[in-house]
Design a protein around this ligand. Structure first.
Ligand code: SAH
Length: 253
């Protein structure tokens, strides 16, 4: 079923108003008709089944029927700090990370990133494209939120404003420490993790420098191995997100 996101201010008396590009898309591309049902997510919080009441001009009215009680969002807010990879890999990473429930993505220009987006114009252009990919993936995977993709940042810039409770970096040269050795990940068998937010760092094709790893560790971060094989950068983040969701997010059951 087709899914639309609306702000709370666009809902009155249980009627959601679909406007702008979404209105055009609903009518002209999807060719939906009065009486058809769609999914409507209000205020990045609650999803409803909705019935199209009127298709008029630039604002379509959709009656909100039952609210859904499916819990779609992880209790753990994961920020993926992804070292900028080559070409279209970032698009794949964003799409898959959104499917796996990431909360936010920060594209990072590491020392060894081949791609460096120098001008503000280039950065903005990429960010817009990536945000659109996150939006499409959020719709497709039935998220309640549209994960934000920030503007690309230099490594040092990304390090300045860390807001998560803990940081974990996947490091190809880490031999000993695994995810379960990280104190804020490790929990008693029968206790639910109380961790609410985490930053996950993945390097670009060239990997991390020792100095970068040290900076993350200096901020009480932990470097972990993802196993004895070297994963491509686009595999590493997805593996790490999945493991973290399993340990302290919503995949562990
Ligand atoms: N150029 C490096 C590999 C970089 S792989 C080399 O040849 O050694 C890209 C990124 O994926 C790494 O920076 C790391 O964040 C992650 N990664 C890949 N394999 C990993 C592993 N086995 N353990 C931990 N992190 C890994």
């Amino acid at each position: 079923m087709h899914r639309f996101f609306v702000e709370k201010s666009h809902v009155r008396d249980n009627i959601a108003f679909i406007t702008g590009d979404d209105a055009k898309h609903l009518e002209k591309v999807l060719r939906l008709k009065v009486g058809n049902t769609i999914e409507v997510v209000v205020g990045e919080e609650q999803e409803y089944l909705g019935e199209i009441m009127t298709l008029e001009g630039k604002s379509h009215q959709v009656k909100l029927l039952e609210p859904s009680d499916t819990l779609r969002e992880s209790p753990l807010k994961i920020t993926l700090y992804q070292g900028l990879p080559k070409a279209s890999k970032m698009e794949l990473i964003i799409q898959k990370a959104v499917e796996l429930g990431v909360y936010r993505i920060v594209p990072v220009m590491n020392e060894r990133s081949v791609v460096q987006l120098k001008t503000e114009k280039d950065q903005l252009k990429k960010q817009e494209r990536w945000q659109k990919i996150a939006y499409e993936a959020a719709k497709q995977s039935k998220r309640l939120i549209i994960p934000r993709v920030t503007l690309p940042m230099e490594f040092n810039e990304a390090m300045v404003n860390l807001s998560e409770e803990g940081q974990v970096v996947a490091y190809e040269d880490e031999k000993k420490t695994g995810l379960k050795d990280v104190p804020f990940i490790n929990k008693d068998q029968d206790q639910k993790s109380s961790l609410r937010s985490i930053g996950l760092w993945v390097g670009p094709e060239g990997g991390f420098t020792k100095e970068e790893i040290k900076s993350i560790k200096d901020k009480k971060g932990y470097s972990v191995t993802l196993g004895p094989r070297i994963l491509r950068t686009e595999t590493a983040g997805l593996a790490l997100i999945t493991m973290v969701q399993y340990e302290c997010g919503d995949l562990g059951g």
